[in-house]
Design a protein around this ligand. Structure first.
Ligand code: SAJ
Length: 426
């Protein structure tokens, strides 16, 4: 039985540590946040993710998972810490190097160090080099450490399923490192496991998220053009996607989260001359919240002191994560624009952030002049427009996700506006 130390108990680290523990590995999960450590040790979770609580409870109960503030000697170390960007959209690798510093004293001959965090090309090499600089025994070869990059690929909201079923790519700095890392993942992954070199694995991960970002940017650009043409982008995309080799994604209020809105910069910041499409897609997607705000201002132009209801704060449906959320950006931009000349209300049933003034669905619609759907949480689909129509001031709804039942809202007297579509066609 191998011992594994997972550094970082966030969206990726905690499910990974629990899954490995439930498959017989002895796992210590490490986090710098004491509250997270205490929560995990009592079988609790600090993240909203379907099925995670049960998985963590089982892992802690089996005594195969413990959380701690400091690493311990182990056979394998898996680094799952965030990699945000800093000023100038440059990758911030502070947490990756902090994690490396934390495990440095515990590294022994034959250990495997796996980097799961999404990183710019050549980071795995840089970490191995850093360890050599800090540990003479690694530099002179008396202690051999096997470094590999194995990027996580799971979709928030479906993490537990995808952690097991998705194919994995493992990029070892040496062939032996790939073989050893593959052994670990083989115990828990039912998808295929492909081995390659570390830089290729880094680029594979960045290419996946960049592909999605560029595709969404294209959909957002089509939405803008279709609005000008007075047609519905939703119909255009749906019909274009009937072609066997076309799969255009959905436009929306912008692209958020800690992956797709960040990772393309890991390529573009290092290759600014070459990364033309990547940079321009990022710029398109970053501009969408401003366009949405422009439309909201236009819809309120005839109203004195409007009350604007924003539904959703998280970056996408049915998750409680508001990092880089376009919904929150739009909320902030509206507050800045209107200042005290409008009341901007916000509801999100998934985000539990005390600094947000989260208004309940029971009272949020009272006297509203505009309802804007920003995140397509399932419960917003069940809002009854007939009931709402009796308490709002103006019956206008703006759907930035093309999610609501527009027929139903219209039959309750609402004027319905949808992103990427001329309201006359709705
Ligand atoms: N979005 C659109 N239109 C779409 C799809 C998404 O506007 O058609 C928006 C979402 O609303 C959200 C953002 O894009 O604001 C990103 O959401 P997402 O569901 O596309 O992706 P993430 O960030 O939750 O997860 C991605 C996934 N990558 C790919 O699908 C290639 C996931 O598999 C990765 O593991 C994850 O990034 C990560 O951690 O890197």
């Amino acid at each position: 039985m191998k011992s594994i130390c997972v550094v970082g108990l966030g969206y990726i680290g905690l499910p990974t540590a629990s899954l490995l523990a439930n498959n017989g590995f002895k796992v210590v999960g490490v986090d710098v946040n004491r509250k997270v450590v205490d929560a995990v040790n009592s079988g609790n979770v600090h993240i909203e993710e379907p099925g995670l609580r049960t998985l963590v409870e089982a892992a802690v109960h089996s005594k195969n998972l413990r959380a701690s503030s400091v690493p311990e000697p182990s056979d394998v170390f898996i680094i799952c810490v965030p990699t945000p960007f800093k000023e100038g959209k440059k990758p911030d690798l502070k947490y990756v190097f902090d994690a490396t510093d934390a495990i440095l004293p515990y590294l022994k001959n034959g250990n495997v160090v796996i980097l799961e965090s999404t990183v710019p090309p050549k980071t795995t090499e840089a970490i191995a080099q850093y360890v050599k600089e800090k540990r003479k025994d690694v530099l002179d070869g008396t202690t051999v450490i096997n470094f590999a990059h194995c990027p996580e690929r799971v979709l928030p909201g479906r993490i537990l399923k995808e952690l097991v079923e998705n194919d994995r790519v493992i990029g070892g700095l040496t062939e032996q490192a790939s073989i050893l890392a593959k052994e670990i993942y083989s115990a828990v992954v039912s998808g295929n496991i492909y081995t390659t070199d570390a830089t290729t694995a880094e680029m594979v991960k960045l290419s996946e998220n960049t592909f999605r970002d560029v595709n969404i940017a294209l959909a957002n650009e089509f939405a803008h053009i279709c609005e000008k043409l007075g047609i519905s982008v939703w119909e255009v995309i749906s019909l274009a996607n009937k072609h066997p080799r076309v799969n255009i994604l959905n436009p929306g209020p912008g692209v958020g989260g800690h992956c797709i809105a960040v990772d393309p910069w890991f390529i573009a910041s290092e290759f600014p001359k070459e990364a033309k499409i990547i940079t321009s897609a990022r710029e398109v997607n970053d501009s969408i919240p401003h366009r949405v705000v422009g439309k909201i201002i236009e819809l309120n132009s005839h109203i004195q002191n409007p009350i604007i209801v924003c539904l959703g704060a998280s970056y996408k449906a049915n998750v409680g994560d508001e990092r880089n959320s376009p919904a929150l950006e739009i909320y902030g931009l509206l507050k800045n624009h209107f200042n005290d000349k409008a009341e901007i209300r916000l509801n999100d049933t998934h985000v539990h952030n005390n600094s947000l003034n989260n208004v309940s669905l029971e009272s949020i619609f009272n006297d509203a002049s505009l309802i804007v759907l920003l995140t397509d949480h399932t419960e917003y689909f069940s809002i009854e427009p007939e009931k709402i129509s009796q308490v709002v001031k103006d019956k206008i709804v703006f759907d930035t996700r093309n999610y609501l039942n527009h027929k139903l809202w219209k039959s309750s007297g609402f004027e319905v506006h949808v992103i990427g579509s001329d309201s006359r066609n709705e």
